[in-house]
Design a binder for this molecule. Structure first.
Ligand code: FPP
Length: 265
């Protein structure tokens, strides 16, 4: 089932889409590129190259698992604080990757989305992203959202400012109305958030949308996070009980033949 409009995801949505125990929307914080490179005595930029290569195999694995929405955090609003050369490298990587991978992503049936701000980014990148989004608009196997120049607080502030500009009547504001002003207005809330490199922080990733998300910290660095690691995270998700603040269990643990151990690093 594909929804035309999202906003706040309801309990009924979750119930329907978690029936198969596969998270409908997986959002990943790709962490550990720098450490991956440094462990090999190489510059951090090499880690970002390896991390970018990894995106291709994770998109493939996500399609095979039946994940409908994959959201990857590539660059945060706070990442501007890194050395200029590294910032330039990551941004140019995003631009080059979109150009290089677009045919394949389109062939895989991936629909591209972007969340975040274009502020501070050059027009060339903006045009490339808009072009990729337009070209893949009708694809429906997986929605691949790249979060870059994204910060959760910045997103919420942006939404509030736009509501004020629109002179929205406060009496009409509820969660669904607010969600329509977020960058994610056409995406369901994430069911599973994964952060690699053994980290447990959210760092402002989808703060509004993640309130009922399940969390998984993968011990491996992002370039080493492959299909097997994604499958493990999804299997653990399938073992979780989701209640959404109520008492009824809306998503009971699945009963796989060989349940994975839920072990955090
Ligand atoms: C975190 O590792 C990684 C980033 C801040 C950048 C991730 C960007 C990419 C994988 C390129 C994205 C490209 C496309 C096409 C979306 P880190 O540098 O914080 O690693 P560390 O914690 O080990 O230092």
């Amino acid at each position: 089932m594909r929804r035309e409009q999202h906003g706040a995801t309801t309990q009924a949505d979750h119930t329907a889409h978690t029936a198969g125990r596969v998270p409908r929307h997986v959002a990943i914080i790709m962490d550990g590129n720098g450490r991956w490179a440094q462990a090999r005595g190489m510059p951090r930029t090499v880690g970002h190259d390896a991390g970018t290569e990894n995106i291709r195999r994770i998109v493939r694995a996500a399609v095979e698992l039946g994940i409908e929405y994959l959201t990857l955090w590539a660059f945060s609003t706070e990442n501007w604080n890194r050395p200029t050369d590294e910032v330039r490298w990551i941004i140019s990587l995003i631009a080059r990757s979109i150009e290089r991978e677009l045919d394949e992503l389109d062939g895989e049936g991936a629909k591209l989305r972007h969340i975040g701000s274009f502020e501070g980014l050059d027009a060339e990148l903006r045009e490339a992203v808009i072009g990729a989004i337009e070209r893949t608009r009708t694809n429906d196997r997986i929605t691949l959202t790249l979060a870059f120049n994204y910060g959760g607080r910045a997103e919420i502030l942006h939404a509030v400012k736009r509501m004020l500009e629109d002179r929205v009547d406060p009496a009409t504001v509820d969660e669904a109305v607010f969600a329509q002003y977020l960058h994610t207005h056409d995406l369901p809330d994430p069911d599973l958030i994964i952060r690699t490199a053994g980290e447990f922080r959210f760092s402002g990733y989808l703060p509004w949308q993640a309130v009922y998300a399940e969390y998984w910290s993968a011990p491996v660095l992002w370039p080493d996070f492959g299909a097997a690691e994604l499958r493990q995270a999804v299997a653990v998700y399938g073992q979780r009980e989701r209640k959404f603040g109520g008492l009824a269990v809306l998503h009971s643990p699945a009963a796989p033949a060989d349940p994975p151990a839920e072990r955090q690093p």
